[in-house]
Design a protein around this ligand. Structure first.
Ligand SMILES: [Zn+2]
Ligand SMILES: [Zn+2]
Length: 283
């Protein structure tokens, strides 16, 4: 049994989403492992500058209506599965937050229509200021020509600042993997610490919960965010609620390293834990 009886950040391969197992398989596994609740949070990634990547990444949308239709369809798939399971199913999305007016306008409208239980924020993109250029960090390897070092630094700083903006937006029940870019060797050195502190300050000021993403234990032998950031937030029992997430794309990922994360939180005396009543509908 897991001390935290829910896992709220999981993916599946319905439609064109990037998990490796069906929603049914993921939900069944969570139920068999003894979780009381699973949150299903496939990627919500739409933006008018995504056109060059659509062929490579069919879960990206540059057409807002197509995006909304897909998200509606996914919600319907999950609603239909509810009667098969005892486990409580929460429906959400992991949203890449953008700041272009165009995006904001459509996002605002979309979330009033989508019947979701919650949204979480996951930032996976580098982008320039006006968002005429956006690129998933995972796809940087395909860029030709590659941005020079100085440009990469600016893009990385902008990436961190975008996370601050996502926190301040108030749309999200919690913020995922604060230092995702470090998986790809970006923003690792100390010269980026000031931007990471800006993220932590924004969490504290807005009382926005954040996750300890256990996927990091497999990738980098540490959680996301890095342990020093969790330590920084752990003062006085935890300044904002923290939630343990597996970010499962495979059934084998569900509940991975939850015991290690629990031990870390216990060692840090991080007692301010996320509870299900903190899940909030956007808008
Ligand atoms: Zn993510
Ligand atoms: Zn995720």
């Amino acid at each position: 049994m897991f001390k935290q009886p829910f896992t709220l950040h999981t993916h599946n391969n319905e439609l064109h989403f990037d998990g490796r197992y069906s929603a049914r398989e993921m939900i069944k596994t969570a139920q068999d492992l003894g979780f009381e609740t699973i949150g299903v949070t496939n990627h919500m990634i739409f933006h008018h500058s995504l056109t060059p990547y659509l062929e490579r990444e069919p879960m990206f949308f540059d057409d807002y209506n197509k995006a909304e239709a897909a998200y509606m369809k996914h919600i319907e798939i999950l609603e239909n599965l509810k009667s098969e399971f005892k486990i409580n199913i929460k429906i959400g999305f992991e949203v890449d937050f953008f700041q272009a007016k165009h995006w904001q306008k459509h996002f605002e409208k979309m979330i009033t229509r989508l019947p979701v239980d919650y949204l979480l924020s996951g930032s996976h993109f580098l982008k320039n200021k006006d968002e005429s250029f956006v690129c998933n960090i995972f796809h940087l390897k395909h860029l030709d020509p590659k941005p020079d070092e100085e440009t990469m630094r600016k893009l990385t700083i902008n990436h961190f600042k975008n996370i601050v903006a996502a926190i301040k937006s108030g749309y999200f029940s919690f913020i995922a993997h604060l230092d995702y870019c470090t998986i790809f060797g970006l923003g690792n050195d100390e010269s980026y610490d000031e931007y990471k502190y800006e993220i932590l300050d924004a969490l504290k000021k807005t009382h926005t919960p954040f996750e300890i993403n256990t996927g990091g234990y497999d990738r980098l032998n540490r959680p996301h965010p890095d342990t020093w950031m969790i330590k920084e937030m752990a003062k006085d029992g935890g300044l904002v609620p923290i939630v343990i997430s597996d970010d499962a794309h495979y059934i084998e990922h569900i509940g991975r390293h939850f015991d290690t994360a629990e031990q870390l939180l216990s060692d840090l005396n991080y007692t301010n834990r996320f509870t299900l009543d903190m899940l909030k509908k956007p808008a």
